[in-house]
Ligand binder design. Structure first.
Ligand code: ASP
Ligand code: MG
Length: 409
């Protein structure tokens, strides 16, 4: 018996039948004696549909109104679920972000939660009701409706779980949990039983899409245990939690890839102080974030400079850098979209030497050339030609022993 937060994603509430199934699951949790707070996403596809409608109204729609529009998707599912619960004889009350209230800053379409005032949730629970909260939305100081960025219901759920001190925040989704690799391209991928916040953050930022990154940051900050699990089965999923000795013994816990990378190389950049500053300041001024950067040591006063950005920023970055190139005296700009960033992640890298070298050797054995490298304490990433995506992921997964039931490697 305890306080439980359950979050259901778009596919889990995608049809009337599924909303009924969600209601049954909440009813079971109530019957087991738990106090239950449910956070819902919009029905699958609904947020896309709403935003597309908005785009048809103006060439540059007002972000405030887009948020007001997008937030309606979750209002629908919250009310539907509350109705389904009362249909089953349970007490239930739905709440929007501003009713709770979930206070955010005013950055429309990517607002950050500043505070959760949970009084109304507590009152609903005290009345014996299931509190159903619309995810993805909040309200700013001026009373405007805001949204938290795509996938933001995860963050709503974790923030509410933190605010009310829930025992666990269950994230129900259409996969069984977090996998050692994308099962779509790596058939031997396994569900991970337990993973640390740090690893999950790396995996999320590297493109594994199970949880919104922000939600993992909030979970880590407030030490909320997050249980990612399937809404289509009763199987346990993956527990995302603080690190412990168990977890540290695993050297590599996952292999991931990100196709959303693009590479730009500037040739013959004069090796003078301030050149890199000018290039990356110009990109920063256009809010372009740069991921990997390589510059070699100059021998004849010139050097090549390579960096990666997201594919969406590729054309714009190329424009900026081409304009600068002449000024700086560089002789050419090359853009390559045919790249993928393949990464290994694991807490154990902190205490094991030679993991990066092993990764390079595995790729070399497959004849895969590495174009750029970046590392963090618990991650090594290699940029390779995109045609090698499957091969690289499978080879690394296999060589680091992730496909086997015991994950010692
Ligand atoms: N409905 C929103 C989206 O599609 C938020 C969410 O599902 O978490 O991004
Ligand atoms: Mg999601």
């Amino acid at each position: 018996m305890g306080l439980l937060v359950q979050k259901f994603g778009g596919t889990s509430v995608g049809t009337v039948e599924r909303i009924h199934a969600v209601a049954s699951r909440c009813a079971n949790a109530r019957a087991a004696g738990h106090d239950v707070v449910v956070i819902v996403s919009a029905m699958a596809g609904e947020t896309n549909r709403l935003l597309a409608l908005g785009q048809q109204m103006a060439s540059r729609p007002d972000p405030r109104e887009l948020d007001a529009l997008a937030a309606t998707g979750e209002q629908v599912t919250a009310a539907l679920l509350a109705l389904a619960l009362s249909g089953k004889g349970l007490r239930a009350r739905s709440f929007l972000g501003h009713q709770v209230k979930i206070l955010t800053d005013s950055a429309f379409s990517k607002a950050r939660i500043k505070a959760v005032e949970a009084d109304r949730i507590y009152r609903a629970l005290a009345d014996g009701a299931v509190a159903v909260v619309a995810g993805f939305q909040g309200v700013d100081d001026a009373g405007n409706i805001t949204t938290l960025g795509r996938g933001g219901s995860d963050t709503s759920a974790v923030a509410i779980a933190a605010a009310i001190g829930a025992e666990v925040c269950e994230i129900y989704t259409d996969v069984e949990g977090v996998f050692t690799a994308d099962p779509g391209i790596c058939p031997s991928a396994r569900k991970v039983d337990k993973i640390s916040y740090e690893e999950m953050l790396e995996l999320a930022s590297l493109g594994a899409k199970v949880l919104q990154i922000r939600s993992v940051e909030v979970a880590m900050k407030y030490a909320v245990p997050v249980h990612v699990r399937s809404s289509f089965s009763d199987a346990t999923g993956t527990l995302v939690t603080a690190e412990d000795r168990d977890l540290e013994s695993v050297v590599v816990s996952g292999v991931t890839y990100d196709r959303n990378a693009a590479k730009i190389t500037l040739a013959n950049v004069p090796d003078t102080p301030g050149t890199a500053a000018r290039i990356f300041e110009a990109l920063a001024d256009s809010s372009i974030s740069v991921d990997m950067i390589i510059q070699n040591i100059a021998t004849d006063g010139h050097t090549d400079l390579t960096f990666t950005i997201s594919k969406a920023d590729a054309a714009h970055s190329q424009e900026i850098v081409t304009r600068l190139a002449e000024d700086i005296g560089a002789t050419g700009v090359r853009l390559d979209l045919d790249v993928v960033k393949v990464s290994i992640v694991g807490l154990g890298m902190r205490s094991h030497a030679g993991i990066a070298a092993r990764m390079f050797r595995i790729l070399a054995t497959e004849g895969i050339n590495i174009q750029a490298i970046s590392t963090s304490e618990i991650k090594v990433s290699c940029l390779v030609a995109s045609k090698y995506t499957e091969l690289a992921v499978r080879a690394l997964h296999e060589a680091f022993g992730l496909g086997k039931p015991t994950e010692e490697s």
